[in-house]
Design a protein. Structure first.
Length: 252
């Protein structure tokens, strides 16, 4: 993925990693369209950051994805990058069946959402001379956090989905790149934006953009902080890393 000269749609970018990445990519010379569910946040982003377009989209709703895709492509027929950023994280207790509603919501947003987004844009992206699908998994795709089973599983699914469609789309102009964040200080979980274990958001985004710029042909974007999880099994330190990440309170 080239660092500049793109037209990029980022659904799930009204806060956290999505918004920070959108602003940084805009500063690097890209046209950026931000998508999200809450119109008040979209209006605020448009007012505070002239030049960034906004589109309402609920990635848990198939009809909303279809409508947003039509709107984005009508306004930006040169779109060549899709970032499947939207995602949710829930603490679950599987001792009783009450976890089910949470698990279904996580899978719908984190797995079906990206699949439906890619389906809505793939024909358009294939028609571009140089296009990118940037998926977003997690360090937790590779080692589990005890309190978030469905989230871990959803991100593992995104990792293997990314690997698989990269193989299928190798005969097209569409690159598939996987962003693998570590724990980052956002509000993905309550209190997590002040958690000292997590990586500061600005440091994470700066490193991500630097990696994209330095390695435009990379298939995985891994900041240093995620590598201890990403490569734990290959290093033979899987059990140690699982113990380490589960010894920390991730909600404070």
């Amino acid at each position: 993925m080239n660092i500049s000269g793109n037209t990029i749609f980022i659904p799930g970018a009204t806060s956290g990693i999505g918004l920070a990445l959108a602003l940084e990519l805009r500063a690097k010379g890209n046209t950026v369209i931000v998508g999200g569910r809450r119109t008040e946040l979209l209006d605020q982003i448009a007012a505070e950051h002239p030049g960034i377009d906004t589109v309402r989209i609920d990635t848990a709703d198939a009809a909303s994805i279809e409508a947003a895709a039509k709107e984005v492509l009508a306004l930006h027929p040169d779109l060549n990058v899709l970032v499947t950023m939207a995602g949710i994280m829930r603490v679950e207790d599987w001792h009783t069946p009450e976890f089910l509603a949470s698990a279904e919501s996580v899978v719908t947003t984190n797995v079906l959402g990206p699949i439906r987004l890619i389906a809505a844009f793939i024909e358009h992206l294939r028609a571009q001379p140089d296009a990118t699908i940037l998926t977003v998994s997690s360090g937790l795709a590779f080692v589990p956090l005890r309190i978030t089973p469905s989230y871990n599983a959803s991100k593992a699914a995104i990792h293997l989905l990314s690997e698989s469609i990269r193989l299928q789309l190798a005969d097209t102009s569409v690159r598939v790149v996987e962003l693998e964040p570590p724990s980052v200080r956002t509000k993905l979980l309550p209190g997590h934006d002040t958690n000292e274990f997590a990586m500061p958001l600005d440091e994470f985004i700066s490193e991500v953009v630097a990696l994209i710029e330095a390695q435009p042909d990379a298939t995985e974007i891994q900041v240093e902080n995620v590598k201890f999880m990403r490569h734990a099994e290959a290093r033979g330190s899987y059990d140690q890393v699982v113990r380490s990440i589960n010894s920390v309170d991730h909600t404070n």
